[in-house]
Structures are given as C-alpha cells and as structure tokens.
Design a binder for this molecule. Structure first.
Ligand SMILES: *Cc1c(COP(=O)(O)O)cnc(C)c1O
Length: 459
C-alpha cells in the first residue's frame, strides 16, 4: 500500500463514519468535551516528541525483540472500527465485530486442523495461556501442570495465580523439552496437563510433539500448545517441500488447546492474542450470570465464554481485514511473508557457519537466531562482555545503527554444544536476533557484515 492510498483511506474512514452517524438525529457535543485546535496541536506535538524516543521496529536494521509493525490494512481497519468502539464482550456491544471475531477464529482453528472448536481473541498470549491453564486445572483439579524450563516465564506466574502446583521439565541446550526427564515425571502420575512449546520465545525451539503425544496418551495427560510466537508457521508445514520441520505443526490438532498471538507473527497491533479449545464443551467452565449484559440476542455472546469482560472489537476488525488481504495460505498471503522470514534464517545460517568472528549458539528452526562472538579467549565471561559491547556499539552508533537483542544462556548448556568454551561465570550473555519482517531478506548479508566487523575489532 503506497502512502497516498494509506492517507486517503484514513480520511475516508473519518468521512464515512460521519456519514454513518448522520443516520441519527443531530445533536450538540457537550461543552465540557470541547478542545480547541491550538491546544490539540500542542498536546499531540508533545506526544510525538515523547514517542520519537522509540526504537525503529519498522526498519530492517531492527533485528532485536519480537516486535514488528502492524500492516497498514490492520491499522486502518482498527482505526475504522475504533470510531464506533465496539466491545466484543457481548452482542449488545459488538454485534458486527463479534461476527468478524468468529470468522477469524474459524480460520485459525482450521489452520491448526481442528474440525470443531471453541475459541476467541484475547488481550494477549498471557491471558490466552491463563485461560487454557485455568480450564485445564478445572478438568484435572488435583493434578500438577508441567512445562519446560524454556517456556515463557508467565506459565509459572499463571500457575501461582490459579494456585496450581507446577513442575519444570529440563530442556536440552537447543531449547527442546528433555523427553527422558518428561517421561520420568509423567510416570509419577501427578501431572494433569503438559504445556508444549511450538516455538519458544528465547530460541524458537519446537518441542517434539510426536514423541510427546505418545507419552501424554500413555499417562492420560492433557496437552496445551503454547504457539503464541510459532503458531502461524503451521502454514509453512503445508508447503511442499516444507521450509520448516512440519511434524509438530501437523500434530497440533491433537492438542486440547492452542494459543497463538496475531500480534506477534500475524501483522496485528497489540493486543491481539487467541486461545482455541478442541472440545467446545469446556465453555461450561466459563458459565456465569451477568445481570447487565447479554440482552440483544439469544445467540452465544463471546463474553459468556471468555475470561475477560470488555475486549476491543477493533482487534477483531483489524485481524479480519488483514486476513482478507493476506489469507492463511502456505504459498501466498501470510504464508509467503513468513517463508521470507525463514529464508532470512537460512541465509544467516550459511553466513555464520563460515564465519571467523561469529559462532551460532544453536541451529535455529524458525526466525530467531542466537550467536556469540568468537573471542580469542573462549571464556564465558569474555563472551558475555564482548556480546554486551557489540550490542551497545551497534545500537548507539550515529550512522546506520543496528538493533540486536541479548540472550542469557546457562554456561553448562553452551558448553554441551561448544565444549571448547571455558566456563568462568554462572551464565553467559550471547546475542539474539529475530527476523520478524520479510524486508530483512535483502539485508541479511549487510547486517551480517556489520555485526561481524564489530565482532572482529573486539575479538
Ligand atoms: C510472547 C509469548 C507469550 C506471551 O504472550 P504476550 O502476548 O506477550 O502476553 C507466551 N508464550 C510464548 C511462547 C510467547 O512467545
């Protein structure tokens, strides 16, 4: 979308909203709400100044955290729906955006291979996981919840919140759950639910669902997939040949619940998370009475099956419009965008595997790469110091700054993959990059050269 289409669309939204409003009797805005133009401009100028301190998430030289700009179509659609401000809690509040939400949930559910489902959007992946684990606890009230030590930090917090004991299962250095340890833990018959990671936040590691399902079936354990970051890569598992290891993705429909974040790899603004259950009857756990909502329709109101009350209908509108523009297909639409971010990783792999100044930490599976400088003294403390220096030098330079992220690995784990490293500190800080945007594709060589150059001068 070029800038003139974008500008025109925003102006059209305002005009069309005024036209829509004119269907009702005209009225005067109350004096208390009036704001003169000078004051408006002044406030917005101040705000712009404050916002200008942000990091350039939109730029290909930003390969730091898991943040990407929402697509213009999502921003316009969000802005459009926000003029009305629908609330998807109830059909009373969001009659049209509830329909949009049900349609996008259907598309996500089908992408994961569910034939029937119950699902909804949420404020975030955290809320979505909270709902999934709360329902899991209701189903297995006297059992523990297990998750791997590479899981998102919020799983521990969620278990504390729902007052459910948890077990952390050790992982391999590549971030995948240790199946031997898992099997040992499950055989104690104390675990009611296991969380599997389809793309960990740190390393992008995908747990081996095939082996895990054999174990959870044997021990009758409920399975929840945290695919907040990795879920959309399911599209690529349907490509032939697949550009991701398809096995775990193709088994997602065996999981009892799945969480995916459209605000991560789905081109959406925050907050747009999603939880989907395989068995719609779990809706019974949400049952509650609300004396002030649910009046306009006898049909199911989303608020009857969500933990949150008010939710932005604009999020559903934005995601719906985005999926019209970029459908959930393997070779076009969102699949094409995601396959380009995987290409970035493949290109990066080629470069780093031949590099004198940078070493890969692990072999990446999705679009997260971790690496460290090949310092002369291969000590964990030296690697940490040099990584910190590379990080800040690149970020703070005046010309062509590059934004990376850092990752704290355990010294024992790095030693397992790189036995030549000497451990002289508790943990080791290495570098981490996420290729969130397809535009990185044309910049990988250049980014790699720049990072290597700095690593060389500091090695
Ligand atoms: C980001 C993430 C979460 C948390 O989601 P938020 O939307 O940030 O609340 C949970 N799990 C995984 C694997 C994630 O990547």
């Amino acid at each position: 979308m070029d800038i003139s289409t974008y500008k025109k669309s925003i102006l059209d939204v305002i005009d069309n909203n005024l036209k829509w409003k004119s269907n009702w009797e005209e009225f005067q805005t109350d004096n208390s709400l009036l704001l003169d133009s000078a004051k408006t401009e002044n406030i917005l100028e101040q705000l712009q100044t404050r916002l200008n301190k942000s990091y350039p998430f939109f730029h290909p030289n930003y390969i730091g955290q898991m943040i990407s700009p929402p697509h213009q179509i999502a921003k316009i659609a969000y802005f459009m729906a926000m003029q009305i401000n629908p609330n998807n809690h109830a059909l009373d509040g969001g009659p049209s955006t509830t329909e949009l939400e049900n349609e996008v949930i259907e598309e996500l559910a089908k992408m994961f291979g569910y034939n029937i489902w119950l699902g909804h959007l949420t404020a975030s992946g955290t809320i979505a996981n909270l709902e999934a684990l709360w329902v899991a606890r209701e189903i297995n009230p006297n059992k523990k919840i297990a998750f791997s030590s590479d899981s998102h930090y919020t799983h521990k917090r969620i278990c504390e919140l729902i007052r459910t004991p948890f077990v952390e299962i050790p992982t391999h250095p590549n971030g995948k759950i240790d199946l031997t340890e898992l099997s040992k833990e499950l055989s104690k018959n104390e675990i009611g639910t296991l969380v599997v990671n389809i793309g960990t936040t740190g390393l992008g590691a995908i747990d081996d669902l095939q082996q895990i399902i054999l174990l959870t079936k044997k021990f009758g354990v409920r399975l929840h997939a945290d695919a907040a970051y990795g879920g959309f890569f399911t599209l690529l598992s349907k490509k032939n040949p697949s550009v991701v290891n398809p096995e775990s993705f193709l088994l997602l429909n065996q999981c009892d619940s799945i969480v995916v974040d459209p605000h991560k790899k789905g081109l959406q603004p925050y907050g747009c998370g999603c939880v989907i259950f395989k068995d719609p009857s779990v809706g019974k756990f949400y049952k509650h009475d609300s004396p002030y909502t649910y009046f306009t329709s006898k049909e199911l109101h989303l608020g009857e099956v969500t933990l949150e009350c008010s939710r932005a209908g604009a999020s559903a509108a934005a995601f719906w419009a985005t999926l019209k523009a970029f459908p959930l297909l393997p070779d076009s639409g969102l699949g094409l965008i995601l396959s380009k971010t995987i290409e970035c990783t493949l290109h990066w792999n080629k470069l780093i595997n031949n590099s004198e100044f940078l070493h890969p930490f692990i072999n990446p599976e999705l679009d997260i790469v971790t690496y460290f400088p090949a310092t002369k003294e291969l000590k964990t403390s030296t690697i940490s110091d040099t990584s910190e220096k590379i990080f800040s030098l690149l970020m703070n330079r005046k010309v062509k700054p590059i934004y990376l992220a850092k990752y704290k690995a355990s010294s024992q784990k790095i030693k397992l993959i790189h036995p030549e490293i000497i451990i002289d500190s508790n943990g080791v800080t290495i570098l981490r990059s996420v290729f969130m945007k397809p535009e990185h594709n044309n910049y990988i060589q250049q980014l790699f050269n720049e990072i290597s150059k700095v690593a060389k001068t500091l090695s």
